[in-house]
Write a protein that binds this ligand. Structure first.
Ligand code: NDP
Length: 343
């Protein structure tokens, strides 16, 4: 179904998945293009951000945010063009950061929109200069507090958050070990991003390789994935280590607790005897007021060439469900973004 000028294609949640999302999870629907009323504007989506938190939104398990209702349009951050405006604050042609979801067009009353510079770099508002970058910055610096010479470990190291965690830690003088899936991602993390080492979590001897790469133990573990990676990290944590708990992507599709011996006692004993500080955070809930500080610092680092980043751009709204499934399996390489319109 191609995009046409008078129809609006939306991807809606068709049914909640049990385990990994599949072909029955989402469906593409088409409706008439809405017309803005007084005080409204019509947005045409240019770019749609796909992020791991969306797995939580399609589940009705208790969480920090309400789930998407079955039959409703999937939520998501977008870069959008104002194509009609009956709102005094916005003009046709402006580019905005919006939260208009998985659809070609959306009406808005202007609430929550941020006007973006139309400089060819708007995609950064979804990644390095947006929510993922902010997450890396606050989680690492406010909770992780890396000191020069300390060892910082981060998984999903080639991804939107992890790639920035490692580079910021390097800027603070830490030794940084990444964890990523496969040789290509590990090579990129070391050769392009400048991490000191990167270990493939799919290697049979992953835990031994990680221990060898962290001869002085781990002072900061930025937790993005959980699962087998966390099992390998736990015995390497040093006294007074800090563990910002950002995500658990290895468990997002899980339908039951992991099998095997109960490791809760080991975890709490390690936290106690090593006096480890683990702290979860939800970026905008906990740090929303500090977005300006982050944005100014990250912009300066980008201007000075101190931070690198990579986007993984997939064309076509209709390809969003498959790309989203791939994100949960490590198929993306960099910040995952859907490009809807050639703008
Ligand atoms: P990424 O761009 O890093 O993409 C996700 C990556 O996770 C995949 O590419 C894959 O990388 C890795 N992954 C998937 N499954 C596993 C697994 N079983 N074991 C190890 N790695 C796995 O995503 P983001 O940077 O956007 O998000 C990273 C984490 O940060 C997520 O957990 C997300 O939920 C969390 N987050 C939390 C926020 C908060 O406010 N707390 C805000 C934003 C993000 P690879 O191929 O290298 O394994």
């Amino acid at each position: 179904m191609p995009q046409t000028a008078d129809r609006n294609r939306s991807i809606v949640l068709q049914q909640r998945p049990h385990g990994a999302p599949d072909a029955a999870t989402f469906s593409l629907t088409e409706t008439a293009l809405p017309a803005p009323q007084e005080g409204q504007l019509l947005l045409r989506t240019v770019l749609l951000s796909l992020d791991p938190y969306m797995r939580g939104r399609i589940s009705d398990a208790p969480s920090y945010a309400a789930p998407v209702a079955v039959g409703a349009v999937m939520v998501g951050a977008t870069v959008a063009r104002v194509v009609a405006s009956r709102h005094a604050g916005f003009a046709v042609g402006q580019l905005v950061l919006s939260y208009s979801g998985w659809q070609d067009y959306a009406l808005s009353d202007g609430t929550g929109l941020t006007v973006l510079a139309d400089d060819g770099h708007a995609v950064r508002a979804l990644g390095v200069l947006g929510m993922p970058g902010f997450t890396a910055y606050m989680g690492l610096l406010d909770i992780g507090q890396p000191a020069a010479g300390e060892t910082v470990v981060v998984a999903a190291a080639s991804g939107a958050v992890g790639s920035l965690v490692g580079q910021i830690a390097r800027l603070k003088g830490a030794r940084v070990v990444g964890i990523a899936g496969g040789a290509d991602k590990c090579r990129y993390v070391v050769d392009e991003l400048g991490f000191d080492a990167c270990i493939d979590h799919r290697a049979a001897d992953f835990a031994a390789q990680l221990a060898a790469a962290c001869p002085a133990g781990i002072d900061v573990y930025f937790e993005n994935v959980g699962g087998a990676v966390f099992d390998a990290v736990l015995p390497l944590l040093n006294s007074k280590a800090r563990v910002p708990v950002c995500g658990q992507i290895a468990n997002y599709n899980a339908t039951a607790l992991p099998a095997g011996p109960d490791r809760l006692g080991l975890l709490t004993r390690t936290i106690l005897t090593k006096r480890i500080r683990m702290q979860g955070f939800i970026i905008f809930d906990d740090y929303g007021a500090r977005f300006g500080e982050f944005h100014a610092q990250m912009s300066a680092w980008l201007r000075d060439g101190k931070i690198k980043f990579r986007e993984d751009i997939v064309d076509g709204l209709e390809n969003a469900p498959q790309a989203f499934s791939g994100l949960l399996e490590g198929k993306n390489f960099g910040k995952l973004v859907i490009r809807l319109a050639s703008d």
